[in-house]
Design a protein around this ligand. Structure first.
Ligand code: AMP
Length: 238
């Protein structure tokens, strides 16, 4: 075990199909454990808000992939994450939401952490049946200003179309529309699902059933995380 893992920082990767509730759990884990949260989806959406002329060719191309619900090329995403040095070295630790999404990205992350003398503690993998995922994504609404997440049935805002947190306008992300959702699910199965085996083999995988309320799933995440840490420390003690 690396020194980095023995420090008080918690360094997590969140895995899960689109709609499994990763984003909501990321924000709970960020607030309650005081971690630096890094979402490659948010970083990419941030580029979208930059003025067109300031974008590089690679960034413009990345946004076209994103609108179609396809993965952005590995090199572009890895470069975006590598720029976030302060977050990766945050004294309380970090959580990566939506990265890595391919084996090449996972290997690039390993290298980035190795060079920085850091190690991962766990990979929380949120698991939910396909039909539940489709229902969640169809009703999901996102605040265009602060990115808070709602659902038309299970988590409606107090005023329809208005964010409770910041008063911003709520809407459906382009890639939550049915055509893009189908592409995202197929891409997830093909490119991202194999990461579970990759991290299982490293003893880092922590599967979390993603049914129930966000609070229930959050509590379950902490219990699973502690169980993994306990199992790891007892195996080190053996
Ligand atoms: P998310 O908000 O994590 O669902 O990401 C939204 C979209 O951004 C995805 O559908 C991809 O087009 C792109 N994206 C986000 N993270 C990655 C990544 N790690 N690799 C490739 N594309 C990504």
């Amino acid at each position: 075990m690396s020194d980095a893992r023995e420090s008080s920082a918690t360094r997590l990767v969140l895995l899960g199909a689109p709609g499994a509730g990763k984003g909501t759990q990321a924000s709970l884990l960020e607030q309650r454990l005081d971690l630096c949260a890094l979402s490659t989806g948010d970083l990419l959406r941030g580029l979208q808000e930059a003025s067109g002329s300031r974008l590089s060719e690679a960034e413009r191309e990345a946004l076209d992939h994103m609108r179609r619900g396809e993965l952005v090329p590995d090199g572009t995403v890895v470069a975006l994450v590598a720029e976030q040095v302060d977050c990766l070295h945050h004294p309380r630790g970090f959580l990566l939401d939506g990265f890595p999404r391919t084996l090449a990205q996972a290997r690039a992350l390993d290298e980035l952490l190795r060079v920085g003398g850091l190690g991962l503690d766990a990979v929380l993998s949120y698991e939910l049946p396909l039909e539940a995922i489709v229902a969640r994504l169809g009703g999901r609404r996102t605040c265009f200003a602060c990115r808070a997440i709602y659902h038309v049935e299970t988590r409606p805002p107090r005023r329809s179309g208005v964010c409770d947190r910041c008063g911003g306008a709520l809407g459906q992300r382009d890639d939550d529309r049915p055509e893009a959702v189908r592409t995202r699910m197929q891409t997830y199965e093909r490119e991202t699902a194999p990461l579970a085996t990759y991290y299982q083999e490293q003893g880092l995988l922590c599967p979390v059933p993603a049914h129930g309320t966000p609070e229930e799933i959050f509590e379950r995440s902490l219990v699973r995380l502690e169980a993994l840490r306990g199992a790891r420390s007892s195996s080190v003690g053996d």
